[in-house]
Write a protein that binds this ligand. Structure first.
Ligand code: ATP
Ligand code: MG
Length: 431
């Protein structure tokens, strides 16, 4: 036998019954996006490597060590499996001048790729739902995005997701803060770990994000960006907050909240839960007014967020909010293979009339006994068995047997239905 092959580490197959949870979640999300006026955008999964290097910044975790970057063997192009969705959407917006006639509200759902150490809530292929509001200055749209996420948690029945917000100000304010921060960190150089030393001059803001407990006190005492914000940045932040306050959205201002990517300014936020262990951030985002220009477009304000689908599904599971696995309305019992021809047509008509029905199909040993077929019907979870027996067919009928009592307490019965016009009794099979 040939050697077995397995999936790439950290990349998961999504099989039934879990795949039904994915479909269910995606449908709920698409419906909410429709109500909020966000339209679907589908960018390629592979982009030029330069897009992420320039867009995300060279000294980010993603660009430094997480990208699946490769050279196209056929033409030598430098390509990367997208590690996130924003850069691709912005690249497309510039390329097709999407914002020429005003702002655009877009969303995407799809796989992202990062070479991380696989663990609970952290995979190498994972999935995000992202929203991007392009061409809007905010802070009204920044508030809208928070409401959109909050309404999604409510629709899904999720609880205990806390919102943390912060403002990163504008580049000049960040620069002033950065200098003060470097001075503070340099004054305590003996307390810096290796990573912090390396980042001291390249990306000191990221040092504030450290998970090293030994550095917490140092980070705690560091100059706060908030104290360097000018009047306009503060006004943007305060208006955003007051819009959230008026909608009853609760949040915590986390002055140490900085995002992994370089492109953020002004509003940044994360939705976090304590129920998923170390990987507690389920959704994160912010404003990125500088990104368009950074990758060659004309300056365009923009804001967005992305949620981790695997983490949301895990939280739904923990909070017992996942729906029951879907079951067919009916299972077709076919005692003799000679009835298959008739059954295929009748079932097709039922399906065209909206009934979901699974047909019993032949195994290596033929159709199998009635008993084994009924076992399969039961296991399918269907409410009804349709029996295409020789006696029924001879009368121009099919038998309909109730396999499970209805919630109303209706007892199992067997009735005969005319084979000729299935559409007329199709409705009686639907739950
Ligand atoms: P983290 O701090 O957990 O690494 P991040 O800041 O790298 O997150 P973002 O780039 O903001 O994450 O992505 C948005 C969301 O996508 C995260 O909040 C998380 O829910 C999800 N996510 C990010 N990386 C992964 C991953 N490797 N596996 C599963 N989900 C992920
Ligand atoms: Mg990360």
């Amino acid at each position: 036998m040939a050697e077995k092959l397995s999936a790439v580490k950290g990349m998961n197959d999504i099989a039934p019954p879990e795949s039904a949870h994915w479909e269910w979640l995606e449908e709920r999300i698409r419906e909410l996006m429709r109500r909020y006026g966000y339209r679907n955008f589908r960018a390629p999964i592979v982009e030029p490597t330069a897009l992420f290097v320039r867009g995300l910044g060279e000294v980010t975790d993603i660009v430094e060590k997480e990208m699946y970057a490769f050279e196209d063997k056929l033409n030598g192009e430098h390509l990367t499996l997208r590690p996130e969705g924003t850069a691709g959407v912005v690249r497309a917006a510039i390329e097709h001048n999407l914002t020429y006639d005003g702002g655009k509200r877009l969303y995407y759902i799809g796989p992202m790729f990062r070479h991380e150490r696989p663990q609970r809530g952290r995979y190498r292929q994972f999935h995000q739902v992202g929203v991007e509001a392009l061409g809007f200055h905010g802070p009204d749209v920044d508030a809208e995005l928070i409401l959109l996420a909050s309404d999604l948690w409510a629709e899904l029945g999720l609880q205990d997701i806390a919102l943390e917000i912060n403002s990163l100000g504008q580049p000049a304010e960040r620069l002033a803060h950065r200098q003060a921060l470097i001075a503070h960190l340099e004054a305590h150089a003996d307390q810096l770990d290796e990573e912090a030393k390396r980042r001291l001059h390249s990306n000191p803001l990221r040092i504030l994000d450290t998970k090293n407990p030994a550095m917490q006190a140092l980070v705690e005492a560091a100059p706060k960006l908030m104290d360097f914000l000018g009047a306009e940045s503060l006004r943007h932040f305060d208006t955003w907050r007051s819009l959230l306050d008026k909608q009853g959205i609760t949040y915590r201002i986390n002055p140490r909240l900085v995002r992994g990517m370089d492109y953020y300014n002004l509003s940044v936020f994360e939705f976090v839960t304590t129920e998923l262990g170390a990987q507690g951030t389920v959704c994160a985002g912010g404003r990125y007014d500088g990104l368009f220009a950074q990758i060659g477009g004309k300056p365009t304000p923009a804001v967005g967020w992305a949620l981790g689908v695997e983490r949301i599904l895990e939280l739904l599971k923990a909070q017992h909010r996942l729906p029951e696995a879907p079951v067919p309305d009916a299972y077709a019992i076919i005692p003799e293979a000679t009835a298959t021809e008739t059954a295929l047509g009748v079932l097709r008509a039922l399906r065209q009339a909206g009934v979901s029905v699974t047909m019993h199909t032949a195994g290596a040993e033929g159709m199998g006994s009635m008993k084994s077929q009924f076992k399969k019907a039961d296991a399918s979870g269907a409410r009804y068995a349709l029996i295409f027996g020789a006696d029924e067919l001879a009368q121009g009928t099919v038998g309909v047997k109730t396999l499970r009592a209805a919630p109303s307490g209706e007892v199992p019965v067997q009735v005969l239905r005319p084979l000729a016009r299935p559409a007329e009794w199709a409705a009686s099979l639907r739950a």
